[in-house]
Design a protein around this ligand. Sequence first.
Ligand SMILES: C[S@@+](CC[C@H](N)C(=O)[O-])C[C@H]1O[C@@H](n2cnc3c(N)ncnc32)[C@H](O)[C@@H]1O
Length: 547
Amino acid sequence: MAVVAAFPCSTARRLTATTRPWLLCPLRCSATSSSLPVSAESDASETAPSAPDTPPPAPRPFFPKRGQTLELVCESLAFKGKGVCKAADTGFVLMCDRALPGERFLGRVSKKKGNYAEVTKVRTISPHHDLVEAPCEYASDCGGCKTQNLLYKAQVAAKEQQVRDLVVHVGRFPDQGVLKPIVPCELQFHYRNKMEFSFGSQRWRQKDELTGELSGDEGGYALGLHAPGFFDKVLHVDKCLLQSQVANEVLAVVQDSWTHPDLGLSPYDVHSHTGFLKHLMLRTGRDVRTGLLELMVNFVTSCYKPELLEPLVSKISTIPGVVSIMNNVNSSVGNTSVGEEEFNLFGKSTITEMLRGLTFQISANSFFQTNSHQAEILYKLIEDVAGLKGDGSDIVLDLFCGTGTIGLTLAKRVSHVYGYEVVPEAIADARRNAELNGIYNATFVQGDLNKITDNFGSDFPKPDIVISDPNRPGMHLKLIKFLLKLQAPRIIYVSCNPATCARDLDYLCHGMAEKGIRGCYQLRSVQPVDMFPHTPHIECVCLLELS
Ligand SMILES: C[S@@+](CC[C@H](N)C(=O)[O-])C[C@H]1O[C@@H](n2cnc3c(N)ncnc32)[C@H](O)[C@@H]1O
């Protein structure tokens, strides 16, 4: 089915009605879909199935009103894990947060957005297919794990379907031939190597699980995760099933101690800009020699007062596995966890992680793939499609290289890697990681790939392989034009947003007639990978070859 609203128009560069007529001609709703104003009586003739050879009735125009209540059935999952529902006999799409495939519910129209509307769930009438009990007690509140109560097999099937819909409808590729089955994640819990919790002056909890309405609790200070959509409201959590056991131990110790009046610790208040503790970041790595987990604890505070942290540091440092305690001091009013200054309070100031036989040193603020187990698999898939010649002569261009991990894992079997990345600290990490692993054929350059000039490309030879791993907005048109001119034999497009990925694949393969841009690549494969079970995120590795 066409997931019309999987890619809201505001984020689309070129998904307009003129170039994407299916946006305005959504498919007929499926037999499972129903949406009747609850006050209206069902008209049997509207829902009766058609005789097999009678042509389908024309979709009926539908203009839902804000505040209108509809009975809906969720058909699939789309953008940001929202449930896709259709108004009966109209094909009109309504998106609902926390609706899961097969769920029948009452939804109230909260927003109208061009060719689709958003609804807020009011009440579940009958639950979704593949219902399981969410193991985490906070699953319905915290917003991180939107699909924990959906059987994992169904989660990955929904992700695969989402990629298929986007590749077909946004990318304009045939349904058959390019899409490979999704690679599930073996570890469905405890897979995240980094979590950031916030301190708050009040505990919030969801008053209404369905509408997400919050209420303040008298229970005192909070340490936990932000309520979905709120920068200033913290939901208190004692543990998170996505992080390692040792990280949960540390969280429990901090929770037990930090509010004790004798310690004089106060949470930072984002409105009054007073208070000390801003965030608690927990990063898990592995000792390169023993392979055992090692943990970095990073307190982000509004000023430098190590004496205030001392009682917590002495407790936490005794937990086996804790090898580093850091303090990032961030005196700005912003909510970021990166400090202007960083201090080491205990142990080392970096931890390590291994990927594809290389060692990476990770500091409190380094970017690193957050699921190390699945990153290993992702990078192996990248290497498999890279089609290295085997004689060490390949030139690799690693765009959006972050700390250089993808390029570095290929470096020992190629002639040279050129990496480009906008964040200076990530480039510094990439250079350090190269040295740490004895790699001297990798050059990392800081630069903004959204602002390339005609000169771009003069500093490196023509690559045999381009790897492009942009963040969610995808590639800038300037960069796409550059790649079409460069004509490298292969492009491996690694994406964390299948919608912008499908759009960019379309440009690279089919061009853009209205701008006189000709595509010159063939899409060979799209490999979805589940890096983050229970969340809406989907990663894809796509192989393009010069036509
Ligand atoms: C999805 S991450 C990929 C990181 C790396 N390839 C990896 O596997 O660890 C995207 C990277 O693109 C960088 N980035 C975002 N916008 C950029 C831009 N305009 N120019 C260059 N790099 C950018 C981000 O800082 C981030 O490191």
